[in-house]
Design a protein around this ligand. Structure first.
Ligand SMILES: Nc1nc2c(ncn2[C@@H]2O[C@H](COP(=O)(O)OP(=O)(O)OP(=O)(O)O)[C@@H](O)[C@H]2O)c(=O)[nH]1
Ligand SMILES: [Mg+2]
Length: 259
Protein backbone atom coordinates (compact mmCIF):
# COMPACT_ATOMS: atom_id res chain seq x y z
CA UNK A 1 0.00 0.00 0.00
CA UNK A 2 1.26 3.48 -0.88
CA UNK A 3 2.23 5.64 2.10
CA UNK A 4 -0.21 8.34 1.01
CA UNK A 5 -3.12 5.80 0.93
CA UNK A 6 -2.14 4.54 4.35
CA UNK A 7 -2.02 8.10 5.72
CA UNK A 8 -5.43 8.82 4.17
CA UNK A 9 -7.00 5.66 5.68
CA UNK A 10 -5.63 6.46 9.13
CA UNK A 11 -6.76 10.10 8.91
CA UNK A 12 -10.27 8.91 7.97
CA UNK A 13 -10.43 7.29 11.43
CA UNK A 14 -10.20 10.76 12.99
CA UNK A 15 -13.83 11.14 12.03
CA UNK A 16 -14.75 13.79 14.62
CA UNK A 17 -11.88 16.10 13.79
CA UNK A 18 -13.75 18.15 11.19
CA UNK A 19 -16.64 19.00 13.51
CA UNK A 20 -16.83 22.75 13.96
CA UNK A 21 -19.15 25.12 15.75
CA UNK A 22 -21.74 26.59 13.41
CA UNK A 23 -20.34 29.86 11.97
CA UNK A 24 -21.68 32.99 13.72
CA UNK A 25 -23.75 30.99 16.22
CA UNK A 26 -23.67 31.87 19.90
CA UNK A 27 -21.72 29.20 21.79
CA UNK A 28 -21.49 28.63 25.53
CA UNK A 29 -18.91 26.15 26.81
CA UNK A 30 -20.04 24.58 30.07
CA UNK A 31 -17.45 23.00 32.33
CA UNK A 32 -18.58 20.80 35.19
CA UNK A 33 -16.52 19.34 38.02
CA UNK A 34 -16.27 15.55 37.64
CA UNK A 35 -17.27 13.61 40.77
CA UNK A 36 -17.36 16.78 42.89
CA UNK A 37 -19.99 15.38 45.27
CA UNK A 38 -17.30 13.04 46.56
CA UNK A 39 -14.42 15.49 46.14
CA UNK A 40 -16.13 18.26 48.14
CA UNK A 41 -17.70 16.05 50.81
CA UNK A 42 -14.76 15.96 53.24
CA UNK A 43 -12.88 19.06 52.17
CA UNK A 44 -15.43 21.90 52.10
CA UNK A 45 -18.23 23.39 54.20
CA UNK A 46 -21.78 22.27 53.34
CA UNK A 47 -23.91 23.35 51.68
CA UNK A 48 -21.62 26.24 50.62
CA UNK A 49 -17.98 27.00 51.11
CA UNK A 50 -16.64 30.47 50.24
CA UNK A 51 -13.12 29.14 49.56
CA UNK A 52 -14.45 26.52 47.13
CA UNK A 53 -16.42 29.25 45.33
CA UNK A 54 -13.28 31.43 45.09
CA UNK A 55 -11.44 28.52 43.40
CA UNK A 56 -14.33 28.26 40.93
CA UNK A 57 -14.18 32.03 40.28
CA UNK A 58 -10.41 31.88 39.72
CA UNK A 59 -10.89 28.98 37.29
CA UNK A 60 -13.72 30.80 35.49
CA UNK A 61 -11.65 33.99 35.18
CA UNK A 62 -8.69 32.05 33.73
CA UNK A 63 -11.01 30.39 31.20
CA UNK A 64 -12.60 33.72 30.25
CA UNK A 65 -9.18 35.23 29.57
CA UNK A 66 -7.65 32.21 27.81
CA UNK A 67 -10.71 31.49 25.65
CA UNK A 68 -11.41 35.18 24.99
CA UNK A 69 -14.99 34.86 26.13
CA UNK A 70 -17.45 37.69 26.71
CA UNK A 71 -18.86 36.41 30.00
CA UNK A 72 -18.26 33.65 32.54
CA UNK A 73 -20.85 32.46 35.04
CA UNK A 74 -20.21 30.06 37.88
CA UNK A 75 -22.53 28.32 40.35
CA UNK A 76 -21.96 25.11 42.31
CA UNK A 77 -19.25 23.11 40.44
CA UNK A 78 -20.03 24.45 36.97
CA UNK A 79 -18.76 27.29 34.78
CA UNK A 80 -20.38 28.66 31.61
CA UNK A 81 -18.27 30.68 29.17
CA UNK A 82 -20.08 32.74 26.51
CA UNK A 83 -17.98 33.06 23.36
CA UNK A 84 -18.36 36.01 20.99
CA UNK A 85 -20.16 35.14 17.74
CA UNK A 86 -16.98 35.90 15.82
CA UNK A 87 -14.93 33.51 18.00
CA UNK A 88 -12.24 31.98 15.82
CA UNK A 89 -9.81 30.25 18.17
CA UNK A 90 -8.81 26.70 17.10
CA UNK A 91 -10.69 27.30 13.85
CA UNK A 92 -13.88 26.65 15.92
CA UNK A 93 -12.98 22.94 16.12
CA UNK A 94 -15.12 21.12 18.69
CA UNK A 95 -12.49 18.58 19.73
CA UNK A 96 -10.01 21.34 20.52
CA UNK A 97 -12.58 23.50 22.33
CA UNK A 98 -13.79 20.63 24.53
CA UNK A 99 -10.46 19.02 25.31
CA UNK A 100 -8.56 22.26 25.91
CA UNK A 101 -11.27 23.95 27.96
CA UNK A 102 -11.59 20.84 30.16
CA UNK A 103 -7.81 20.58 30.49
CA UNK A 104 -7.48 24.29 31.25
CA UNK A 105 -10.26 24.28 33.87
CA UNK A 106 -8.82 21.14 35.50
CA UNK A 107 -5.30 22.53 35.74
CA UNK A 108 -6.49 25.98 36.90
CA UNK A 109 -8.59 24.54 39.73
CA UNK A 110 -5.87 22.04 40.65
CA UNK A 111 -3.28 24.83 40.98
CA UNK A 112 -5.67 27.01 43.03
CA UNK A 113 -6.76 24.19 45.35
CA UNK A 114 -3.61 22.07 45.50
CA UNK A 115 -5.44 18.81 44.73
CA UNK A 116 -5.93 17.12 41.36
CA UNK A 117 -9.44 17.45 39.92
CA UNK A 118 -11.04 16.97 36.50
CA UNK A 119 -13.72 18.93 34.64
CA UNK A 120 -15.82 17.79 31.69
CA UNK A 121 -16.85 20.16 28.92
CA UNK A 122 -19.84 20.48 26.60
CA UNK A 123 -21.19 23.11 24.22
CA UNK A 124 -24.56 24.82 24.08
CA UNK A 125 -25.36 26.50 20.74
CA UNK A 126 -28.00 29.18 20.15
CA UNK A 127 -28.98 31.28 17.15
CA UNK A 128 -30.56 34.31 18.83
CA UNK A 129 -29.72 36.76 21.62
CA UNK A 130 -32.97 35.75 23.38
CA UNK A 131 -31.73 32.14 23.51
CA UNK A 132 -28.51 33.23 25.21
CA UNK A 133 -30.51 35.25 27.76
CA UNK A 134 -32.69 32.20 28.38
CA UNK A 135 -29.58 30.02 28.77
CA UNK A 136 -28.10 32.19 31.52
CA UNK A 137 -31.46 32.62 33.23
CA UNK A 138 -31.81 28.82 33.14
CA UNK A 139 -28.45 28.31 34.86
CA UNK A 140 -29.25 31.03 37.44
CA UNK A 141 -32.62 29.42 38.20
CA UNK A 142 -30.74 26.15 38.68
CA UNK A 143 -28.42 27.91 41.14
CA UNK A 144 -31.36 29.22 43.20
CA UNK A 145 -33.16 25.84 43.19
CA UNK A 146 -29.99 23.96 44.21
CA UNK A 147 -29.19 26.53 46.92
CA UNK A 148 -32.64 26.13 48.51
CA UNK A 149 -32.44 22.33 48.31
CA UNK A 150 -28.86 22.28 49.60
CA UNK A 151 -29.67 24.54 52.56
CA UNK A 152 -32.73 22.43 53.46
CA UNK A 153 -30.93 19.12 53.10
CA UNK A 154 -27.88 20.10 55.17
CA UNK A 155 -30.01 21.86 57.79
CA UNK A 156 -31.89 18.58 58.33
CA UNK A 157 -28.66 16.53 58.30
CA UNK A 158 -27.00 18.86 60.81
CA UNK A 159 -30.14 18.53 62.97
CA UNK A 160 -29.47 14.77 63.13
CA UNK A 161 -31.53 13.34 60.26
CA UNK A 162 -30.08 10.48 58.19
CA UNK A 163 -29.49 10.73 54.42
CA UNK A 164 -32.73 8.80 53.78
CA UNK A 165 -34.82 10.83 56.24
CA UNK A 166 -33.60 14.20 54.97
CA UNK A 167 -34.16 13.12 51.35
CA UNK A 168 -37.69 11.82 51.96
CA UNK A 169 -38.63 14.87 54.11
CA UNK A 170 -37.87 17.10 51.09
CA UNK A 171 -39.16 14.85 48.31
CA UNK A 172 -41.83 16.61 46.20
CA UNK A 173 -42.07 19.56 48.60
CA UNK A 174 -42.85 23.10 47.39
CA UNK A 175 -40.58 26.14 47.51
CA UNK A 176 -42.88 27.64 50.20
CA UNK A 177 -42.53 24.50 52.34
CA UNK A 178 -38.73 24.59 52.05
CA UNK A 179 -38.56 28.30 52.95
CA UNK A 180 -40.75 27.61 55.99
CA UNK A 181 -38.59 24.64 57.01
CA UNK A 182 -35.49 26.88 56.98
CA UNK A 183 -37.41 29.55 58.88
CA UNK A 184 -38.21 27.04 61.64
CA UNK A 185 -34.47 26.41 61.96
CA UNK A 186 -33.76 30.14 62.26
CA UNK A 187 -32.60 30.64 58.64
CA UNK A 188 -34.13 33.22 56.33
CA UNK A 189 -33.30 32.08 52.78
CA UNK A 190 -33.43 35.73 51.62
CA UNK A 191 -30.50 36.47 53.95
CA UNK A 192 -28.30 33.75 52.43
CA UNK A 193 -25.43 35.46 50.52
CA UNK A 194 -26.38 36.39 46.95
CA UNK A 195 -23.49 34.44 45.38
CA UNK A 196 -25.00 31.26 46.81
CA UNK A 197 -28.51 31.98 45.49
CA UNK A 198 -27.60 33.60 42.16
CA UNK A 199 -24.05 32.52 41.29
CA UNK A 200 -21.18 34.83 40.30
CA UNK A 201 -20.56 36.54 36.95
CA UNK A 202 -17.22 37.61 35.48
CA UNK A 203 -16.96 40.00 32.57
CA UNK A 204 -14.91 42.73 30.98
CA UNK A 205 -15.32 46.42 31.72
CA UNK A 206 -13.74 49.36 29.96
CA UNK A 207 -11.94 52.07 31.84
CA UNK A 208 -9.83 55.10 30.98
CA UNK A 209 -6.16 54.93 31.82
CA UNK A 210 -4.10 58.09 32.03
CA UNK A 211 -0.60 58.04 30.59
CA UNK A 212 2.10 60.56 29.71
CA UNK A 213 3.06 61.17 26.08
CA UNK A 214 6.77 62.23 26.31
CA UNK A 215 6.89 63.34 22.66
CA UNK A 216 4.05 65.83 22.97
CA UNK A 217 4.63 66.40 26.68
CA UNK A 218 0.96 65.91 27.52
CA UNK A 219 -1.19 63.62 29.63
CA UNK A 220 -3.23 61.29 27.38
CA UNK A 221 -6.15 58.99 28.09
CA UNK A 222 -6.42 55.49 26.64
CA UNK A 223 -9.34 53.06 26.81
CA UNK A 224 -8.39 49.73 28.40
CA UNK A 225 -10.37 46.72 29.57
CA UNK A 226 -10.18 44.79 32.80
CA UNK A 227 -11.96 41.92 34.52
CA UNK A 228 -14.93 42.64 36.79
CA UNK A 229 -16.22 40.02 39.22
CA UNK A 230 -19.90 40.41 40.07
CA UNK A 231 -20.83 38.59 43.28
CA UNK A 232 -24.19 40.37 43.54
CA UNK A 233 -25.84 39.59 40.22
CA UNK A 234 -29.31 40.87 39.38
CA UNK A 235 -32.01 38.28 38.67
CA UNK A 236 -34.90 37.53 36.30
CA UNK A 237 -35.58 40.36 33.78
CA UNK A 238 -32.76 42.53 35.17
CA UNK A 239 -30.31 39.65 34.72
CA UNK A 240 -31.56 39.24 31.14
CA UNK A 241 -30.79 42.92 30.43
CA UNK A 242 -27.39 42.53 32.05
CA UNK A 243 -26.63 39.61 29.67
CA UNK A 244 -27.91 41.63 26.67
CA UNK A 245 -25.49 44.46 27.52
CA UNK A 246 -22.60 42.00 27.66
CA UNK A 247 -23.56 40.49 24.28
CA UNK A 248 -23.58 43.96 22.72
CA UNK A 249 -19.87 44.37 23.51
CA UNK A 250 -17.46 43.39 20.76
CA UNK A 251 -14.82 40.72 21.49
CA UNK A 252 -11.36 42.20 21.99
CA UNK A 253 -9.57 42.31 18.62
CA UNK A 254 -6.20 42.89 20.31
CA UNK A 255 -6.59 39.74 22.41
CA UNK A 256 -7.53 37.71 19.34
CA UNK A 257 -4.37 38.75 17.53
CA UNK A 258 -2.12 37.71 20.39
CA UNK A 259 -3.70 34.23 20.96
N1 LIG B 1 -19.29 21.00 50.25
C1 LIG B 1 -19.58 21.72 49.16
N2 LIG B 1 -20.00 21.06 48.05
C2 LIG B 1 -20.29 21.79 46.95
C3 LIG B 1 -20.17 23.20 46.90
N3 LIG B 1 -20.54 23.62 45.68
C4 LIG B 1 -20.87 22.52 44.97
N4 LIG B 1 -20.73 21.41 45.73
C5 LIG B 1 -21.07 20.02 45.38
O1 LIG B 1 -20.72 19.73 44.04
C6 LIG B 1 -21.65 18.76 43.53
C7 LIG B 1 -22.07 19.15 42.16
O2 LIG B 1 -23.09 18.32 41.67
P1 LIG B 1 -22.96 17.44 40.35
O3 LIG B 1 -22.11 18.11 39.34
O4 LIG B 1 -24.36 17.09 39.95
O5 LIG B 1 -22.30 16.11 40.90
P2 LIG B 1 -20.86 15.43 40.61
O6 LIG B 1 -20.57 14.53 41.76
O7 LIG B 1 -19.85 16.49 40.31
O8 LIG B 1 -21.17 14.50 39.35
P3 LIG B 1 -20.70 14.68 37.81
O9 LIG B 1 -20.73 16.14 37.49
O10 LIG B 1 -21.76 13.91 37.04
O11 LIG B 1 -19.37 14.05 37.71
C8 LIG B 1 -22.82 18.67 44.52
O12 LIG B 1 -22.76 17.49 45.24
C9 LIG B 1 -22.57 19.86 45.44
O13 LIG B 1 -22.99 19.60 46.74
C10 LIG B 1 -19.73 23.87 48.10
O14 LIG B 1 -19.62 25.12 48.16
N5 LIG B 1 -19.45 23.09 49.20
MG1 LIG C 1 -20.16 17.87 38.73
Amino acid sequence: MKTSDFEKRMRAGECFHNLRMLPAAWVVLRLDGHGFTRFTSKRFEKPFDATFHEYMIQTAQNLLERFQGLYAYTESDEISILLPRSWDLFDRELEKAFSLSAAFASSSFTIACGEAVQFDSRAWVGAREEDVVDYFRWRQTDATRCALNGWCYWTLRKAGKSVGQATSDLHGKSVAFKNELLHQHGINFNDVPLWQRRGTGIHWERYEKEGYDPVRGVVVKASRRRIKIDRELPMKLDYGQFIERIMAQPGDPEARKSA
